[in-house]
Design a protein around this ligand. Structure first.
Ligand code: TXA
Ligand code: MG
Length: 314
């Protein structure tokens, strides 16, 4: 049975007993287990039907506890943490032995972040282990941004869903690695690359993903897939009436099935509504979803990255 509620004590008890709890964060809901308990972590892979070569992010409540999980010197990290944590930024760091291999899929680095959500931060500070948590969706499908989304997709597979309301950011965290003096972006996400660049001028590099890139094994090319066929919008093309459109700021005339991301053309609002929009379109009585890319700046880069993956071949 899957329960939904706001009871932190209950969530804590389930996690301490090795169970699974869906947790709210500012980006998307996570499917959490005790990161130091390999059996509990294995349940995450089972519930999501996720391949075991795809490593997990661990979530902690304060920068102060980070030394327990990484051997990296904290110098450079302090600056990053002060600026961006809690927040939608994940950092890849050399792991200590206490982090089981099942969390990192045997990789030397562990992905860590401090999420920005009041409920989850109090849950994290009440337990004495980090939470391993991927997005709380079946593998390859759209990430959940409400407790209801989690329930719709994982009921019966998760013990408790901690309901923290709709996610404010709506796309997953930006993932970076630290390479010598550079910050390398592996996943474009809820922290705009421009914000990193403003703070670390000349030091930010974007590692353009490819499905075969071994440094980011989970960043599969095809992801975030609705069940329907997805095509890219072409100006001037005429479409079947049974087509649904994902639009950035204005609907197109003549079609009944549409989802507009942000009428005021605000990229933050568009990001927050992206996955909800893909879900809504997927439920419309149509055969095809036609998507429109958004401006390639700020959070638009993370949105377009997700959109490209919805149309990618396997
Ligand atoms: O916003 C987020 O990051 C959400 C919330 C729940 O925190 N989590 C999330 O997790 O998006 P997930 O598992 O859906 O995506 C994590 C990505 C995967 O693509 C995985 O391959 C990559 O992070 N990753 C995790 N550990 C890694 C590592 N050690 N090296 C390279 N990539 C790693
Ligand atoms: Mg995911």
């Amino acid at each position: 049975m899957t329960e939904v509620g706001k009871d932190i004590q209950k969530a804590k008890a389930i996690l301490e007993a090795g169970g699974l709890v869906a947790i709210p964060t500012e980006t998307v809901y996570g499917l959490a287990a005790n990161a130091l308990n390999p059996k509990a972590v294995a349940k995450i892979f089972e519930a999501k039907n996720r391949p075991s070569f795809d490593p997990l992010i661990i979530h902690i409540s304060t920068f102060a506890e980070l030394y327990k999980y990484t051997s990296q010197s904290l110098g450079q990290l302090t600056e990053i943490a002060n600026k961006f944590w809690p927040g939608p930024l994940t950092v890849l760091l050399p792991k200590r032995d206490i982090i089981p291999d099942v969390v990192t899929s045997g990789l030397e680095r562990v992905a860590v972040r401090v999420p920005q959500h009041e409920l989850t931060l109090s849950l994290l500070s009440s337990i004495d282990f980090p939470l391993a948590a991927p997005s709380a969706n079946p593998f390859g499908y759209v990430s959940p941004t409400t407790a209801q989304h989690v329930y719709d997709q994982l009921a019966g597979k998760v013990d408790y869903i901690l309901d923290g309301g709709p996610c404010q950011v709506g796309v997953e965290s930006t993932i970076i690695g630290i390479e010598v003096a550079d910050l390398v972006v592996y996943r474009k996400g809820g922290l705009a690359i421009e914000d990193l660049e403003r703070n670390f001028e000349g030091k930010v590099r974007v590692n353009d993903f490819s499905a075969s890139n071994p440094s980011a094994p989970g960043m599969l090319k095809k992801h975030y897939s609705p069940d329907k066929q997805v095509l890219v919008y072409k100006e001037g093309e005429s479409y079947d009436k049974e087509t649904a459109f994902l639009r950035f700021s204005s609907p197109i005339s003549g079609y009944s099935y549409q989802f507009v991301l942000s009428e005021s053309a605000d990229l933050a609002e568009a990001a927050a509504r992206l996955f909800q929009g893909l879900r809504a379109l997927d439920q419309m009585p149509v055969k095809t979803i036609v998507i429109e890319f958004v401006p390639e700046v700020g959070l638009g880069r993370a949105i377009n990255d997700r959109l490209r993956r919805t149309i990618a071949e396997e």
